[in-house]
Design a binder for this molecule. Structure first.
Ligand code: PNS
Length: 166
């Protein structure tokens, strides 16, 4: 299949990136010519992040290195502004379950209001990852659960280090 021209943005907090995020990023990279993963510097909805934006970016860069058409950038402005600055036509996000729908529907409408020229596209999560969230992974790792099947290897090691200190 020929890839769609242009740039798309896959935004998120990615604190940390999970195999579910990587599944969406990988599938997006097969459909679009150039993918920019946008790491939110300081997500307002969330408590302090476990990893810095630079750390979160580095984890994704390592996990996406083989894809060839994925680059990772940190942003701290509005998502549609970030997308516009890049000349991106669309935002691609993953949708896991009905529980994601309400929040994502609101975000898509707000973003459309801010800039109707940028489309929000949702890719449904693979069944293997539809239960997976960064929050769940952090909770498991905090209590010593094995997360090695759920996150890239560098993330599992960093989580053991960071949460082991607590
Ligand atoms: O679910 P996430 O990973 O925390 O989502 C982060 C993000 C930026 C994709 C989400 O908050 C969103 O779609 N925000 C749109 C509103 C916006 O531009 N906020 C500024 C950055 S927080």
């Amino acid at each position: 299949m020929a890839k769609q021209d242009g740039i798309v943005v896959c935004p998120g907090s990615y604190d940390p990136v999970t195999n579910g995020h990587m599944d969406i990023i990988t599938r997006t990279s097969k459909v679009f010519e150039r993918v920019v993963v946008g790491v939110v510097d300081n997500p307002i909805r969330k408590e302090k992040t476990l990893f810095t934006a630079e750390e979160r970016k580095a984890f994704i860069e390592a996990a996406a290195a083989e894809l060839g058409n994925v680059e990772v950038m940190i942003f701290s402005n509005l998502l549609v502004e970030f997308a516009r600055e890049l000349g991106a036509k669309s935002i691609v996000k993953g949708l896991r379950a009905i529980s994601d729908f309400e929040y994502e529907f609101e975000m898509a409408q707000l973003n459309r209001k801010l800039d109707p020229s940028i489309e929000s596209i949702y890719m449904t999560a693979s069944p293997d990852y539809s239960f997976l969230s960064s929050t769940g992974v952090k909770e498991m790792a905090t209590f010593g659960g094995d997360v090695s099947d759920l996150v890239p290897a560098s993330v599992a090691a960093a989580m053991a280090d960071r949460l082991g200190d607590r």
